[in-house]
Each structure stands twice: as C-alpha cells, then as structure tokens.
Design a protein around this ligand. Sequence first.
Ligand SMILES: *Cc1c(COP(=O)(O)O)cnc(C)c1O
Length: 389
Amino acid sequence: EATEYAQSLDAADTLAPLRQKFDIPEGIMYFDGNSLGPLTFKSREVLHHTIEFEWRERLIRSWNEDWLAMPARVGNMIAPLIGAPIDSVIVCDNTSINLHKALMSAVALRPGRTEIVVDVDNFPTDIYIAQSVADQHGLTLVAVPATDIIGAISERTAVVTATHVDYRSANILDVAGITRAAHSHGALMVWDLAHTAGAVPFDVTAHDIDFAVGCGYKYLNGGPGAPAFIYAAPRLLADASQPLHGWWAHADPFAFEVGFRPAVGINRYLTGTATVLSMKSLEAALEIFSLVSMDDLRVKSTSLTSLFIDLFDGHLAEKGFTLASPRDAQARGSHVALGFSGGRGLVDQMSSRGVIADFRPPDLMRFGFAPLYNRHIEVVELVKQLAAH
Ligand SMILES: *Cc1c(COP(=O)(O)O)cnc(C)c1O
C-alpha cells in the first residue's frame, strides 16, 4: 500500500524527468546528496570537452577565451538560488576559507567590538574558523545552542554566524529573527548555506543578510572538491575587505602592479587561480537549476522527507530508531536523521547492498532526500531495508 502510494506520488511528480540528468549507477539508491551530489551527464561531457579541447588544444589561450570569467559567471548561476542580485556571489576556494574571509570582513567592519557569536552545534569547521578569527583579533567566541543565539547577541557582538540548516538534525534556524537581532545590536550576520543551496529556498536580499557562504559539492552537485561560493551584500562591498590579498582579488590582476588595490566588486573575495576543472563540473551541474524553481524543489523535498517520517512512525519507531529531525516540515531541511545505537554498522551494511546513506557520531544515521533525483518509491525501499535490519 505504501508502494502504491509512493508510485502515485512519483507519477504526479513534475520534477521526475530531471532524474535523467544524473548518471546514478544501476542498483544504487543514493541518500547522501547532502554530502556529495551524484555525477550529472552534463558534468562528464563538459569535463571531457574542457580537457580535450580547452586544455589540450587551446592551452593557455583558454584563460582569456573562457576560464578567467568563470568565478563570476558561475557565481551568477548560484545567485538566484539564494535570492542574491547579479554580481554579488563569486565561486572560489572552499567553504571554510570563504567563511574565514566573511568573518574577517565583518570583524573589520565592526571595530571595537569584542565578541563573535556562533551556534555551538554548527559544523565543526565553522566553529574552528570562528575561533581562529576570534584569536587573531583578541575577541571572545560566544558559542551557544541555536535557541540561545538571539539572547547572546549584544552591543559587544561584532558578528553572528550560524548554518541555516543544521548538518545533523536538519533543523532550520530562525533566519529572520537571528538576523534582525544581530542588526538591531549593530552586529553583522554571516549565514552558512552548505545544506541549503540547491535544496531549500533562501533569500539573502529579503533578510538583508550581510554575508553568506556555501558548498558546491552537496545539493549543487558540483563534484568532489568543487569550489564553494561567497555572497557579500552590495551595500557593504565598497568598505568590506578580506585579508587574503591574492592577485585575483586585485582591481587589475594582469597589470602586475606592486601594490595591492582591491577589485571594485565581489571579485575582491577571490584569492588566487580558479580550480578550472572543478568549476567546470559545477557549472555544468548548475544548468539543471535553470529548469526548476526553488519553490518546486522545496515542495518535492518536503514530500520526500514527510513520507519518510510517516513510514518511520509506522515501521521504524517500534524497532529502536528515534527521530532526530523536526516533525514540522517547515522547520526541516532536505535530510532526516534517525538515532540508532547500531547506526554505524547498519549504514555500512546497507552501503554494501547499494543503499547509500551516512553516519554522524555518536549514533545518527543521516538520509539526504534530493528533490532533483530521489523518488518516493526509493523512500519506501529505504524504510523496508531499515526495518529488516
Ligand atoms: C559541508 C560543510 C562545510 C564544508 O566545508 P569545506 O571547507 O568546503 O570542506 C562547512 N560548513 C558546513 C556547515 C558544512 O555542512
């Protein structure tokens, strides 16, 4: 009966044809797109062309013919997914480095303030980076649970940073409330969109966000090591600076001037040479997003996660699994976490049968449901496998 219901949802799913864009191997059910999106046919084709034509034949000429423009061009493909205006997002480096740049910018824009506020349950790299920025400026890192962030913000706060969708629980933080609290105390706000971009709508403009960063290889499907992105509010750009004054951040990189002059726009957030192959793969994968709206993706995403939770109630709760994600679909990102004491072993065992999820200590099994390619029928199959453990 669950199977028939899932089949009817899949039959009515207008996004279903997009699965054809992905080269998911036969026999694999993939629930880890929140860690590494799968290969798209377009990425393979574009990488092949880049290697055989742009690199092999055109050689150094390709920089001027195409590659130099890539960070801005690919940034402009990500911008609409997060509500950003044109030329306010740039693709470069990784999320850790971009978070470092954003936090350093924010701290420099708020001289005299003594604290950085961070979500203590944030992904560890975000906390390490925030701590390192605090150490370099002699600031105090105030690390509190998400529910206490608003109360921890004061006139001492230079910047607040948190991740929109919690990497473990998929809990969606109160973007409007936290950002407003930061601004009402004169602090700046940096949102990490690692588990947001490509799966959950976000609007940096509507919420007047100061800085945002995010990953290229999760729901954006850019491939392993794909570069990350950084957004800076256009109103801040003239005054904002980041400390890594590499030549790509220069106003005129090919003038080879001795002194550093920052680029006028978002290019000042670049450092050095772009990772062309990874960026090509990301650019190719991003084409799919021009065919859909983030709102439609969100509807499908919540449909998948809600079905999983319904089936959890009926089949898994009685078998020792606990729900570690919000029941309220509006408060939940695109993955669902289950607590299970034998979780690590079970994830490994299912992986050997081609059902791929992941595990986060101490006992969390994470299942990513990517609206571009996952099907409702796969959710039913997943629950069957879990129930039969
Ligand atoms: C995945 C993830 C990262 C990854 O950072 P990298 O520097 O790209 O390795 C950072 N922050 C969060 C919240 C993440 O989920």
